[in-house]
Ligand binder design. Structure first.
Ligand code: JHZ
Length: 393
């Protein structure tokens, strides 16, 4: 049974940026509540939004927009090619091709339901299926030849039916094949108080102990895990079929399990404590905004992320607090954030003569952003963040 531990209120769909002409229309909202399943330790949002409403031809997020992500995919592809020498790779959720572009066109197939993104890789000559991953598509793609390697980053946590995902992956994978998945880590999310990892698209935030239980039902097991810094702290899981004895379970798996159990990811009380801390975080963030607003200081946002949507709408931060957001994604520019309706402007280097404070929507790219905005910081410009707790930096 799934028990609710967190209520982030009424929320719009995170990636539904609005055109000016649509601002007067009522936005679609849903109740963002998060629960814990005692049986398999899975943490999931309770109300699921139909996938077609989120992943369609207007999907705004492009992996290639960030240098950090480009580097991460390039390094991983290099490592995979050297270590596993795969002849046939399938990527589930290939987005705009940031990962598959590191492979030979004949050896990789992308699956991407968002047509605008699939179009990008198709145009570059990469075979891409513009469809949702599932049993039918998996059988179609691997009818003649099974995949040596299936990769999926920040996608499986977005698909409700885990049973269908893992059954189809098991069907599509060769006997010695490997599945590598990468998603935000629940341990990191809780430790960082990053409650904005929860929004409509993030149906699950996985822990290793939960994934292990789910995978067992499909004769799959995790043989290695890497903690990565992407998206605020993720885990990259290396998974094989139970029958494949070519890989021994790396001690990193046992260490991660120990850490997760020590933190209490198997106990409901841990999540209740997290929820209390989230409430306090909201109060503190609002206190910071109100003290800066009282001094009439100009605050803008940086990175109109899906995560920002959760924070802004949960805390009730709006146009009165943040004048506008800067974002590098052309699709988001001149549109408005869902719910808070704050305008998104085309990114311009921060100027301390124009702006006093910057709310870090893309806190997960803090390093990359601080490097870019060195002169703003040097001249006294300051950032506001809510992770791991609300503060000015
Ligand atoms: P970023 C999306 O979440 C949605 P978001 C999705 N559900 C998911 O899981 C993750 O991605 C992977 C901008 N930016 O990556 C670009 C700048 O403007 O944190 C992006 O709009 N300047 C699939 O939206 C946003 O910030 C910069 O210098 O929470 C970053 O979005 C940088 C580095 C980014 O994901």
């Amino acid at each position: 049974m799934i028990k609710k531990f967190l209520d982030l209120g009424s929320q719009p769909l995170a990636n539904s940026y609005l055109l000016k002409k649509n601002l007067k229309q009522k936005e679609q909202t849903f109740r963002l509540e998060v629960g814990f399943d005692k049986k398999n330790y899975l943490v999931s949002i309770l109300k699921k939004v139909p996938k077609e409403k989120m992943f369609n031809k207007n999907y705004p997020y492009k992996s290639s927009e960030s240098i950090t992500m480009q580097k991460s995919f390039k390094n991983l592809a290099k490592k995979i090619i050297k270590k596993y020498k795969p002849k046939f790779v399938v990527e589930i959720g290939s987005n705009d091709g940031a990962f598959i572009k590191n492979f030979n066109k004949n050896s990789v197939i992308g699956v991407e339901p968002c047509k605008n993104l699939a179009q990008i890789t198709k145009k570059k000559g990469y075979k891409t299926y513009s469809d949702y991953w599932g049993l039918k598509l998996a059988n179609k793609i691997t009818k003649r030849k099974k995949a040596d390697l299936i990769y999926s980053a920040n996608t499986l946590s977005h698909i409700e039916n885990l049973a269908e995902i893992f059954e189809s992956i098991n069907n599509a994978l060769s006997e010695k094949g490997i599945l590598i998945i990468e998603d935000p880590s629940l341990l990191k999310c809780l430790k960082n108080l990053a409650y904005d990892q929860f929004y409509c698209e993030h149906i699950y935030v996985f822990s290793l102990i939960a994934l292990k239980k789910v995978l067992k039902e499909f004769n799959l097991e995790i043989f290695d895990v890497e903690n990565t810094s992407t998206h605020g702290g993720s885990n990259r899981y290396y998974i094989k079929k139970n029958s494949n004895s070519a890989y021994k379970i790396n001690n990193r798996v046992n260490i991660e399990i120990k850490n997760e159990l020590k933190f209490g990811l198997n106990k409901f009380s841990t999540f209740q404590k997290f929820s209390k801390k989230v409430e306090k975080s909201k109060i503190e963030l609002l206190r910071i905004f109100s003290s800066l607003n009282n001094k009439k200081l100009k605050i803008v946002g940086y990175g109109a992320t899906a995560k920002s949507c959760t924070v802004l709408n949960y805390c009730g931060i709006g146009k009165k607090d943040i004048k506008y957001f800067y974002d590098t994604t052309s699709y988001k520019v001149n549109k408005y954030l869902p719910g808070s309706n704050i305008l998104i402007k085309k990114y311009k280097k921060l100027d301390h003569n124009e702006i006093d404070f910057v709310f870090l929507g893309a806190w997960n790219f803090k390093k990359e952003i601080f490097k870019k905005e060195k002169s703003f910081i040097k001249n006294g410009g300051r950032f506001i963040t809510h992770v791991p707790y609300p503060k000015i930096i």
